[in-house]
Design a protein. Structure first.
Length: 253
């Protein structure tokens, strides 16, 4: 083989290798690096240990993705049959910051241009997410997601124990309901009963409060699977409020 042919032979081997890796990347969800090597698949399971943020004070004016946005996306959209690591409907995975940024069509500072924002606010019932029969996200949830995008869609992390917490004046309607709607409702409603449990009504929550599973799961007590399932723990203040509400008899106040 002449030097010239050798050159082309190696070029074609190289392209075959490249195309194989492109093909592989489509089938196993890996991406190609700048040098053409196959990058490992995005790790959608690990959550950064909370100690890396110890002492970082949370600012009340900042939307913290992990505390405020991710629970809404995970509970309403990132369930195992929809947009989780295994079932990425339409390629959208809403599992952690990395996958949301890679697959959610996020355009920082431009909610109207952002794919997931367009879908949660879509007027057409056929197009909107979560699709019927699931409820639309609440106005407050939509505002949180819009504010996060308007602040640059960053992953600002902080230590939730620095959030001022007034668990003494906890109320069912002002504290517990919005919290459960954001972080739990998507997996525990009339259509999706993970573990056979609905957390829709006062009675549902009172039952879980009195049998110990509400505090047990959110505080990650021994013998309970920590909730919200597959996410980082709730902010410390939310756990304190739930605990205070339960200890005071789980009133409908
Ligand atoms: C992404 C889906 C998802 C979200 C969000 C979620 N759960 Fe769950 N939940 C599950 C699954 C799955 C199980 C069953 C876990 C198991 O047994 O392995 C479960 C089980 C439970 C149980 C029964 C546990 C027991 O030991 O009796 C309770 C109570 C519960 N969840 C409460 C909550 C609360 C409170 C929240 C919100 C803070 C929440 N869940 C958020 C998926 C979810």
């Amino acid at each position: 083989m002449s030097l010239f042919n050798k050159f082309f032979f190696s070029i074609s081997l190289f392209s075959i290798a490249t195309w194989c890796s492109v093909f592989l990347s489509c089938t196993n969800d890996s991406a190609l690096g700048d040098d053409g090597t196959v990058l490992p698949p995005v790790d959608t399971t690990t959550v950064e240990p909370p100690d890396t943020i110890a002492g970082i004070v949370c600012s009340p004016d900042t939307i913290h993705f992990e505390w405020e946005v991710l629970p809404i996306l995970k509970s309403s959209c990132g369930r195992r049959d929809c947009h989780d690591a295994g079932a990425a409907s339409s390629g959208v995975k809403l599992v952690n910051y990395q996958t949301v940024m890679l697959t959610g069509g996020i355009k920082p500072f431009m909610p109207e241009e952002t794919r997931i924002y367009k879908q949660i606010t879509h007027d057409d019932e056929e197009e909107r997410m979560p699709p019927p029969p699931y409820d639309r996200l609440t106005e407050r949830q939509v505002q949180i997601i819009a504010a996060w995008i308007n602040q640059g869609a960053q992953n600002i992390r902080c230590d939730s124990s620095t959030i001022p917490c007034d668990a003494d004046s906890v109320s069912f309607s002002a504290d517990i309901v919005p919290l459960v709607k954001d972080a739990c409702y998507g997996c525990h409603n009339q259509y999706v009963h993970e573990s056979g449990i609905e957390l829709l009504t006062y009675d549902d929550l009172k039952t879980a409060a009195l049998n110990g599973s509400l505090v047990g799961t959110v505080a990650g007590e021994t013998g309970y699977v920590r909730m919200p399932f597959g996410s980082i723990p709730l902010p410390a203040c939310h756990v304190e409020k739930i605990r205070a509400w339960v200890e005071r008899g789980a009133l409908e106040n």
